[in-house]
Structures are given as structure tokens and as C-alpha cells.
Design a protein around this ligand. Structure first.
Ligand SMILES: [Zn+2]
Length: 225
């Protein structure tokens, strides 16, 4: 008998999964959890966040496009920005005070924003001098370089660009004074890997989180601009 264990969702403990959008499979495996509707990236994020959750309890969190990757109770305060609702912030110009939220989360939103560098500057400003911006974007592990065509293409879900492996370099070139950590996570259900970017204008909080990730271990790469 092969030593086979059915995959378990690390978010809800569910063991039943369905195909993704338009019947999509990942490595031949159904990626969507029937219990919590999580996809690969949500479980990867959940794994990375839960490893450092003890460091999040003093953070006020702002999440653009709330999803299953985050537990509200990890944070001192949690606010979700829902596009098109009354509770929506413009990522390029939030109108929020500097340092209003110590932890700003954006998963698969940046590709929909006309000026992504301005959006990152704004999120870093809102996260304050030692806060953290947590980002995921589509396809940085699958493309050599970012291609930005400057308009929202309806054929690919209104994306302005395809991101490539040069993403941290693009940020570092455009914005001085940042600490950028690329953390590699693996989805326990499909085996898919993805990169989560953590950006801060300070070093202390990221350094403490890196010490926690080293115990999992989570492979990290670090850029300083
Ligand atoms: Zn689940």
C-alpha cells in the first residue's frame, strides 16, 4: 500500500475539494476547498501568517479585497476594503493617516490598479514607519519579467500587467528605503508554490517575523532598496 494521505485544508480542516474557475485543476488536483472556498494562495498565506500570528496581535490590519487567508482575531483591529462598496479605499490614494494600519494586505489586487508603484508607496505610508505591507500578485513564479500594457484588458480579467520574477527589483528601483522580503510558501493540498512579498520601511518587525519563519522553515529572500 502506498503511504497516501488525503489532502487536508489547513484553514478549515476540510477534506473535500472542487475544481476551480472554469474547471481548473492544479497539478491535476482539485484546488478549491468545499469547506471554506479557499484556493491555493489562501492556504499558502494562511500558513505564512499563522506562523507569525503572535507578532500580529498588536497590529491594526487593513485588507483590500477580504479573503479566506486571514483570521480577523489575529489582529488588534481588522478592516476590509471591499471594492465598489461604501467601505472601499482607493489603493493609490486612501486618504488615511500615515501609520493608521500597521499591517496592510493586498492579495491579487495590484494587477487591477493603474499605477502599482503609487499604490505600494501609499500602502507603505499607511503602514507607518515599521508597519508591513503584505502582497501577492499573479504569476511572479511563472514569468521572467513584468509586462505592463497600461490599460485594463477585459480579456484577462481587467489586469493592467503580467507580473514576473523581477517584481521585487521593480519596487526597489522605484522606491528607496524599503525592506522587501520574498517568502516562499507551499499549498498543502495541491503542492503549488507561491511567493508572498512583505514590504516595510523599517527593519525591526520584519526581522522578528523572519525569525519565526526560520523555524517552520519558510524560505526567504531579502532585498533592500
Ligand atoms: Zn478549507
Amino acid at each position: 500500500m502506498p503511504n497516501y494521505q488525503a489532502p487536508v485544508c489547513n484553514i478549515c480542516g476540510g477534506t473535500n475539494f472542487s475544481a476551480g474557475f472554469k474547471g481548473r485543476l492544479a497539478h491535476g488536483v482539485k484546488p478549491m476547498c468545499d469547506g471554506c472556498n479557499s484556493m491555493e494562495r489562501h492556504r499558502i498565506l494562511y500558513e505564512l501568517y499563522s506562523a507569525v500570528s503572535s507578532q500580529l496581535s498588536d497590529c491594526r490590519a487593513l485588507q483590500f479585497a477580504p479573503d479566506a487567508s486571514v483570521k480577523r482575531e489575529w489582529f488588534a483591529e481588522y478592516v476590509g476594503s471591499v471594492y465598489g462598496s461604501a467601505n472601499s479605499y482607493n489603493m493609490m490614494d486612501t486618504g488615511l493617516d500615515e501609520g493608521r494600519f500597521e499591517f496592510v494586505i493586498s492579495n491579487h489586487v495590484l494587477e487591477h490598479v493603474p499605477d502599482d508603484i503609487q499604490a505600494i508607496k501609499e500602502m507603505v505610508r499607511v503602514s507607518g514607519p515599521d508597519g508591513i505591507v503584505s502582497l501577492t500578485i499573479p504569476t511572479p513564479t511563472m514569468r521572467w519579467e513584468t509586462v505592463d500594457w497600461g490599460w485594463a484588458d477585459p480579456d484577462i480579467n481587467y489586469h493592467y500587467r503580467d507580473y514576473g520574477a523581477d517584481f521585487p527589483q521593480l519596487i526597489a528601483n522605484a522606491i528607496p528605503g524599503l525592506q522587501i522580503v520574498s517568502a516562499s510558501g507551499r499549498d498543502p493540498v495541491t503542492g503549488i508554490h507561491d511567493i508572498v512579498y512583505f514590504i516595510s520601511s523599517g527593519e525591526a518587525r520584519l526581522k522578528n517575523m523572519a525569525a519565526k519563519w526560520a523555524k517552520v522553515p519558510v524560505p526567504l529572500a531579502r532585498h533592500v532598496s
